[in-house]
Design a protein around this ligand. Structure first.
Ligand code: TYD
Length: 204
């Protein structure tokens, strides 16, 4: 049987990575074998592409940025995601295709249909479950600023991040696989929501 494909999504500072621990503990309890990965940068070409994409010294046009994200993803899918899913291993990816729809589609205002049709052409698998970590943009950006030096995306104005949040919420309202976690809540409550969604999904 194929492994389950689970993705984590959200705006900057939304707490995706912090909640990986709750996810790991649910999978460990259920003795499910998994790998944890991330985008951009999860495939063999990843470290080069990630550096290019996040470096604040580069100025990249929206369509080139989108194509680089898709190239990074195809490399990741072919070399890590699909081989593991085919071996029955669960794959957890910190960001995936919904990030391109939200950031390059919503944020950079590129045509979402183009992104979707590219993903079909590239035969990118659809996640089985996506956890969307959602909270108000002001709170999230404050958290991201406290965390570390800002990268090329985090430096964008508030409007950009608001459009990304709106795109994510629209995706969630149209796709049953996306479960929205209210990450403005206290960390314990956030991990409870994560554990609930994950257990419901694994028990279904
Ligand atoms: P990262 O340092 O991994 O940040 P985060 O903790 O927020 O995931 O940076 C990844 C950045 O790349 C993040 O700002 C979102 C952006 N991104 C896109 O714009 N499009 C994409 O398709 C992906 C995967 C990421």
């Amino acid at each position: 049987m194929k492994g389950k494909f689970i993705t984590l999504e959200g705006i900057e500072g939304s707490g995706k990575s912090t909640n990986l621990e709750s996810i790991k503990s649910v999978l460990d309890q259920k003795k499910i074998e998994y790998v944890i990965t991330r985008e951009p940068g999860g495939g063999p070409l990843g470290s080069h592409l990630r550096k290019l994409l996040l470096d604040k010294e580069h100025s990249i046009s929206p369509s080139v940025e989108m194509l680089l994200m898709m190239a990074d993803r195809k490399d990741h899918v072919d070399n890590l995601i699909n081989p593991n899913l085919n071996k029955g291993i669960c794959v957890i990816s910190d960001r995936y295709l919904d990030s391109t729809i939200a950031y390059q589609g919503g944020g950079r205002q590129l045509d979402a249909d183009l992104i979707n049709s590219l993903s079909v052409t590239l035969k990118l698998p659809t996640p089985d479950l996506t956890l969307l970590f959602d909270l108000p943009v002001d709170v999230a950006l404050q958290r991201a600023a406290e965390r570390s030096e800002l990268d090329r995306f985090e430096r964008e104005p508030k409007d950009f991040h608001s459009r990304i949040r709106d795109s994510y919420l629209e995706l969630a309202s149209n796709n049953h696989r996306i479960k929205t976690v209210d990450s403005s809540k206290d960390t314990k409550l956030v991990s409870k929501q994560v554990e609930k969604y994950l257990s419901e999904f694994l028990n279904a």
